[in-house]
Design a protein around this ligand. Structure first.
Ligand code: MG
Ligand code: MG
Length: 245
């Protein structure tokens, strides 16, 4: 679907709320802090900015952010997990402003972190940046995932297949899906006004995933570390515009 400039303006406002949720949770994430405390920090941002949560009650999800430490890939439920020195954690945040959604995630290290884990985080961010570069009028949808996969695999990592990015607008998850892998030049043509949440999930080990008994938390099958980065991006006449900054 192609969005009008007025609609994109609302998504930009939702995106700014998400960016502030990132800023505040990043500041708060230190050794000894629980993931539930991070959720509280994010809730305060939503309340103060008069935005609604698109995560809370989504298929029964009980929080406004997802917190996924170490070998957890995505969809971790904030709770009594206490961050410790050397952890990495993905924090995924969303907001609704005037009926329009934004969705973005980042991964960070806690305290002193293994250099290879930091490289995993940096490569995930680079793969997202390369995917975003492809978001220009006239390209094809699969050019995004191809760019993401190329960066991640060139660095010796693997890209998750079961969970993907998505179009976003008046709902958080709209069609089409945006995979993080595949050949270039396939799928619908990208057009000005399209808005996607692009979200590479990159594993240090194999591609396999497993869902924990809580029904939400997705972890790597081999226990290797995983990193996640996401932005909501609009295709404009001037190229891609990241809305979640
Ligand atoms: Mg998303
Ligand atoms: Mg997200």
């Amino acid at each position: 679907m192609r969005r009008s400039p007025e609609e994109i303006a609302k998504m930009r406002r939702a995106g700014r709320v998400v960016a502030e949720m990132h800023e505040r949770t990043r500041e708060a994430a230190r050794p000894g802090v629980t993931t539930l405390q991070l959720d509280k920090v994010a809730r305060e941002v939503l309340e103060r900015r008069g935005a609604r949560s698109n995560f809370l009650n989504y298929h029964g999800f009980p929080a406004v952010i997802c917190t996924s430490p170490n070998d957890m890939i995505v969809h971790g439920i904030p709770g009594d997990y206490r961050l410790k020195d050397g952890d990495i954690i993905s924090i995924d945040c969303g907001a609704i402003v005037e009926g329009y959604h934004a969705d973005a995630a980042f991964t960070m290290g806690i305290g002193e972190v293994d250099p290879e884990a930091l490289r995993l985080i940096a490569v995930t961010e680079d793969s997202l940046a390369e995917g975003i570069e492809q978001m220009v009028d006239g390209n094809r949808l699969s050019d995004i995932g191809h760019a993401v996969q190329s960066v991640a695999e060139a660095a010796g990592f693997s890209v998750v297949r079961e969970y993907v990015g998505h179009a976003i607008g008046t709902a958080m998850h709209e069609e089409p899906q945006v995979p993080n892998y595949g050949p270039p030049g396939k799928g619908p043509k990208l057009r000005v006004g399209m808005v996607f949440a692009v979200e590479p999930m990159v594993n240090m080990g194999g591609v396999g995933t497993r869902v924990l008994d809580d029904g939400w938390s997705v972890v790597t099958a081999d226990g290797s570390l995983s990193s996640h980065a996401e932005h909501t991006i609009a295709i404009t006449d001037d190229g891609p515009e990241v809305l979640t900054v």
